[in-house]
Design a protein around this ligand. Structure first.
Ligand code: FES
Length: 146
């Protein structure tokens, strides 16, 4: 049994199925994106027990009892401080990587509510954005942390 966005689910899938595909294909929750499938780009980032993790390389069978949050579950009304800051700074361009960016930032702020610029850079460096929205991402995280 795992909990995703507050709902419990039985994990009756092959042991090696990554969490990403359980979320997207079994549950039809599509905000979490597939980028590389190798833990390298961050597009698939979700919170697992409050920590930012790559869902593409995480076997769902290893997560019995875990609480997972996807972008859909970050807030009930898309009104999380990060989501508001993302809008304020017009962060997305194509948008594909942005759910992963926000979830990674949410993991950072859960651990460190006032990160320095360097700490933001360190935490976010593994989340790739092909449109190069990095400066706006950093500003939005700083705004959300204020
Ligand atoms: Fe998971 Fe790229 S799709 S890190």
């Amino acid at each position: 049994m795992i909990t995703i966005n507050g709902k419990d689910y039985d994990v009756d899938v092959p042991a090696d199925m990554p969490l990403l595909w359980f979320i997207r294909d079994r549950l039809g929750i599509k905000g979490t994106k597939y980028g590389c499938g190798m833990g390298l780009c961050g597009a698939c980032t979700v919170l697992i027990d409050g920590k930012a993790r790559r869902s593409c390389t995480m076997p769902v069978a290893a997560l019995n009892g875990a609480k997972i949050t996807t972008i859909e579950g970050l807030s009930e009304d898309a009104n999380h401080p990060l989501q508001k800051a993302w809008l304020e700074h017009n962060v997305p361009q194509c948008g594909y990587c942005q759910a992963g960016q926000i979830m990674n930032a949410a993991g950072l702020l859960a651990e460190n509510s006032k990160p320095t610029e360097q700490e933001i850079d360190n935490a976010m460096q593994g989340n790739i954005c092909r449109c190069g929205t990095y400066q706006r991402i950093k500003k939005a995280i700083q705004t959300a942390a204020d």
